[in-house]
Design a protein around this ligand. Sequence first.
Ligand SMILES: NC(=O)c1ccc[n+]([C@@H]2O[C@H](COP(=O)([O-])OP(=O)(O)OC[C@H]3O[C@@H](n4cnc5c(N)ncnc54)[C@H](OP(=O)(O)O)[C@@H]3O)[C@@H](O)[C@H]2O)c1
Length: 453
Amino acid sequence: MSYADKIFVDMCRDILDNGTSTEGEKVRPHWPDGTPAYTIKKFGVVNRYDLRQEFPLITLRKTALKSATDEMLWIWQKKSNNINDLGSHIWDEWADPDGSIGKAYGYQMGVKHQYKEGMMDQTDRVIYDLKNNPFSRRIMTNIYVHQDLHEMNLYPCAYSMTFNVTQRKGEDKLTLNGILNQRSQDVLAANNWNVAQYAMLLHMLAQVCDMNVGEFVHVIADAHIYDRHVPLIEELITRKQYLAPKVTLNPDIHDFYEFTKDDVTVTDYVTGEQIKDIPIAISEEKYMNAIVAVDSNWAIGNKGQLLIRIPADQKRFREITTGGVVVLGRKTMDTFPQKKPLPNRTNIILSTNEEYKVTDAVVVHSIEQLIDELKSYPDDCIYIIGGDSVYKQMLPYCDKVYVTKIDREYEADTYYPNLDEDPDWKIVFESEEQTYFDTTYTFVDYERVKPQA
Ligand SMILES: NC(=O)c1ccc[n+]([C@@H]2O[C@H](COP(=O)([O-])OP(=O)(O)OC[C@H]3O[C@@H](n4cnc5c(N)ncnc54)[C@H](OP(=O)(O)O)[C@@H]3O)[C@@H](O)[C@H]2O)c1
């Protein structure tokens, strides 16, 4: 039986039986319906794979080794941060419209640093040391670069490799071992994928440095199973296990930069059925805004209408949202002059009516469809503009809310959640008091208190 299966099953059993739940904690990941995505987690999981014995692919379900290799080469060899250089679509949701994921992953591997031997990036430094100074205890990479975190669309999860070379008794060739440090891992979606990638990296580097492969150690600080993955994991780990497949690399490649995914051959890979449509939690870095006018009771409307129209408030609304994407419900759309979308903005309207169409606007029919549509726009230009039902459904996706607080009590039938009473929100800006005839109001910006990642 594949040893990777045994490690995977033991790890999952341990997480399920002995892990701690994040339920009740402030967690940002959520499911597309807005429910918080809680996990059962284990701190400090350490898995050791002896690459001399077999290549660590689980057989419980298939791991697409060529695609996993392609992504690893995208980071380590192409040193790219652009999804257009990648064969798969796993990074699409994190990419800007031009395809960049910011200063993350491959970008960091490609940054050149000054060493006494000259300027080198991290991949070249590793290869240089393995060839020239193999017993060094400093052969390591790190892409969790604090100074650039604010420009990364997702903070790196698998962030550091430490290479360590041993001379085994009676062997001519040196042995290359490696430790992968990972801060966080969604076990069902990514465990074997990452294991296969870094095992492959060790195989490739060993081949080009004329070494044997040794051990691969995977250290995961937060190894977690999402609540909605538990039944899938329970089923997966009881499946039949098969022998590990045979994985070989094209032996003619002696330069790391010449490897492609097609130099990998997998034979005799018998597996259980693939799990289709694994629900993926929307992760913590998604970020949208809401903009709303409330009275002193957080009321927002009455009988389908706004409570009051204040010209300076409407001007501020225009200034904030112009050039961006506004998301609204069909009923709010119906209150717009001539029922026309707002100019100079992409209007996305929610309606259950499949026949409903609006010129110059996008219509979506569910929150899932909306989230999918919003993937094509940068997060920070998306504004949820109401009404009541859309505000409530989209609040879990928002990190910032621009509130116009009107210092009056109106007769009302719809309310916004009171952010002053919610410890998840804090005020980050408050304007001077403004007046409109006898009405006073202030502009108050709220930001979600970020949970500890
Ligand atoms: N104070 C403010 O800043 C502010 C801003 C905007 C609105 N408002 C107020 O809010 C009130 C309107 O709120 P509302 O809740 O009645 O209307 P709404 O949220 O504007 O629109 C509700 C409609 O949106 C569609 N919809 C909502 N969720 C959906 C989903 N998950 N999937 C598909 N379609 C979905 C449905 O359209 P179909 O019926 O076509 O299926 C639903 O009837 C009004 O009083 C308005 O003045 C206040």
